[in-house]
Design a protein around this ligand. Structure first.
Ligand code: SF4
Length: 302
C-alpha cells in the first residue's frame, strides 16, 4: 500500500500541470528539450539527434524487480521503457531500445493507460526510463492518469544529460530523480556519446535535482517516497573518473547522496570497436570503486 503523496497531485489541483504541459510542448517546435538543442520542429515530424517525432515510442512496460530495493519493495517498480535516447552511449546496455529505437509509437492516452495498469497490478511507483526526449508526452499522460486516480510517486530515470529549463518544468512533478552520472572527463564523453559538455551538464542537472527533491526519503516499509538516487556505472580502466564523480556528489550535492554503484559493464553496441571498452569490468576494479564510496561515507545502495 503506497502511503506517499506524489507532488504532481497538488500541482495538478493548483492548475500548474496544465501550464507545464504548455511550456514543455512549446519547446518541441524548435526542440530544446535537452542540451543537444537540435532546434528541429518535432511537431512536423522532423527528427533531431534522438530521432523521436511528436509521439513517444514505448519499448516495454512491466513490474520490474531489478531496480533499486527502495523502488522495488515486494511488488516491483512500474517501469515504462521509452525508446530512443538523447545521449546514445556507444556502449549502451540497452542498445536495441536506445539507438535502434525498437518499440511502438503510442498516443499520450495510451501512456496514461500504462501508468494506471502498473498502479493496478500493485507497483510502488511509475519509473520513467529514458524520459528526457518525451517530457511533453509524459506530462500530458500524467494529466489524464491523475483524473483516473493515479497516485504513485513518479521516478525520472535518466542519463543525467538534462537541460535546466526542462528540469524547471518538472519541478513539483517528479518525486524521485534517478540520474546516471557517467563520465567526469569531457574527452571521454565526447568519444563515448558525442557530448563533450556531458560532465558539466550532468553536474548542474544533478544539483538542480537535489535542490528540488533533496535526499532520499522512504516510508515505513522502506519504499522510496521522494529524493535523489544517483547511478554510476563503473567503467573499465576509469576509476579516476569514478573517484571525481563520487567526491563531487559528497561535497557539492549532499553528504547523504544515495549512490548505486553498478558493476555490470560489458561490451555492447559499438563498444567492441573501442579498445578500452572492449572488455568487462574486473571484480578488483569494482571493489576499488566500492572502497572509494565507503571512504567518502556516501549512502551506498546495494
Ligand atoms: S530532445 Fe531530441 S530533438 Fe530535442 S534537443 Fe534533445 S536530442 Fe534534439
Amino acid at each position: 500500500m503506497n502511503t506517499c503523496i506524489p507532488k504532481y497531485i497538488k500541482e495538478k489541483h493548483q492548475g500548474g500541470l496544465l501550464e507545464k504541459i504548455q511550456q514543455a510542448s512549446a519547446l518541441l517546435t524548435a526542440c530544446t528539450l535537452c542540451p543537444r538543442g537540435c532546434k528541429v520542429d518535432r511537431t512536423k515530424g522532423e527528427p533531431g539527434y534522438c530521432t523521436t517525432g511528436e509521439k513517444a515510442v514505448v519499448a516495454s512496460f512491466s513490474a520490474h524487480f531489478g531496480e533499486e530495493p527502495q523502488l522495488v519493495g515486494d511488488s516491483g517498480s512500474g517501469t515504462i521503457f521509452f525508446s530512443h535516447c538523447n545521449l546514445k552511449c556507444v556502449f549502451c546496455q540497452n542498445y536495441d531500445i536506445s539507438v535502434r529505437g525498437t518499440g511502438q509509437a503510442v498516443e499520450d492516452e495510451q501512456i496514461a493507460g500504462i501508468m494506471l495498469h502498473l498502479q493496478k497490478i500493485g507497483c510502488h511507483n511509475i519509473n520513467l526510463v529514458t524520459p528526457t526526449h518525451v517530457v511533453p508526452n509524459i506530462l500530458k499522460a500524467l494529466d489524464i492518469a491523475v483524473d483516473c486516480g493515479l497516485n504513485l510517486p513518479l521516478v525520472y530515470n535518466c542519463s543525467g544529460y538534462e537541460s535546466l529549463e526542462t528540469l524547471g518544468i518538472l519541478k513539483n512533478i517528479i518525486d524521485i530523480y534517478m540520474p546516471d552520472f557517467k563520465f567526469w572527463d569531457p574527452e571521454l564523453s565526447k568519444r563515448y556519446c558525442h557530448a563533450k559538455d556531458y560532465p558539466g551538464t550532468a553536474r548542474a542537472a544533478i544539483r538542480e535535482m537535489n535542490d528540488q527533491v533533496g535526499d532520499l526519503v522512504v516510508d515505513g516499509e522502506g519504499i522510496a517516497c521522494s529524493g535523489l538516487i544517483v547511478r554510476h556505472l563503473v567503467m573499465p580502466g576509469n576509476l579516476d573518473g569514478t573517484y571525481h564523480i563520487l567526491k563531487f556528489l559528497k561535497e557539492k550535492v549532499s553528504a547523504h547522496t544515495h549512490v548505486n554503484l553498478m558493476s555490470q559493464y560489458h561490451p555492447m553496441g559499438e563498444a567492441n570497436n573501442i579498445k578500452e571498452l572492449s572488455r568487462c569490468l574486473r571484480p578488483d576494479e569494482f571493489r576499488r570503486a566500492l572502497d572509494m564510496a565507503k571512504q567518502l561515507n556516501l549512502e551506498i545502495i546495494r
